[in-house]
Design a protein around this ligand. Sequence first.
Ligand SMILES: *Cc1c(COP(=O)(O)O)cnc(C)c1O
Length: 362
Amino acid sequence: MGENRIYNFNAGPAALPLPVLEEIREEFLNYKGCGMSVTEISHRSKWFDEIINDAVERTKRLLNLGDDFHVLFIQGGASLQFCMIPMNLALNGKPVDYINTGTWSTKAIKEAQIQDKDVRVIASSEDKNFSYIPKEYQVDPDASYLHFTSNNTIKGTQWARFPEAGNVPLVCDMSSDIMSRPFDPKPFGLIYAGAQKNIGPAGAAMVILRKDMLERVPGNLPTMLKYSTFAEKNSLFNTPPCFVIYVISLVLKWLEETIGGLAKMEQINKEKAALLYDLIDQSEFYRGTAEKDSRSLMNVTFRLPSEDLEARFVADALDNGLGGLKGHRSVGGCRASIYNACTLEAVKALRDFMVEFERKNG
Ligand SMILES: *Cc1c(COP(=O)(O)O)cnc(C)c1O
């Protein structure tokens, strides 16, 4: 690898595919012969129109959305969605159901509670420090929606199969695993993801909204907090995060044309995760923090025998060109985030380093 780039295991903002970074560099000063940088053109220009439509169309194709869904780009990250979802989608007199699997779900629940919605937390894995995905839950058939977090970035757990809620629309925070595997979009009323983990740089959330959900949007909401504002104007009511959307379109092109779609991506992601989990399972030195049947293919969380060793592990790894391995500040330990853009080569380098580190320090 040229340019002295390291193997990047950051949790977010996170690694982008190298071919995407190269393409950005290639056309940064003069976008497709227009004589301007992509960061200098109008969001009302034909060039930007093509960029945003390309990002929307690629999303629809990759996720098999058909014409039932809007694909929107909204600033404020996933965290603003915690608040917009109950504001827009909670039906009068009907509860909103949530499953709590960690820090991000907890924050989503709080935003519904401070709006005085009838929040029901129907399952939680807090009893075991969020180390597993709950299996037992009862969705109220009358609920406005069921909210869950598909991948728990901090605790390293992931829903292998999504919850079933009958006719109640699923609402999902897919910030850290969107586009990592194929799934059936039909049961979803809304899917959202902060771009900075798996699909682009920081600065926008991708929001995938089933069209019938728009009927729920209350008329008296502030304009910029209504999904209808974004849906009616193809996310161009005001100036959108143009550069972020441009990079997202390139990442999605890479996914479609270089990787070959989400089934292929999932295969690679499984192969990467297995390299690390197999090592952890065979080792007495490394200890995984998530229960086996709940483990994430995106964020591999583990501990070493002592905090001193963990600190040395993170520092030595960086000396060896492996960055971003420190666990989230709220939980400590180590975490390797191996999103789509993290290559098999990078994961192999990490595994080899882990074997060597154990040999020296175990
Ligand atoms: C990172 C993350 C968030 C927070 O995203 P912001 O864009 O910073 O608001 C929310 N949910 C999940 C699952 C995340 O991984």
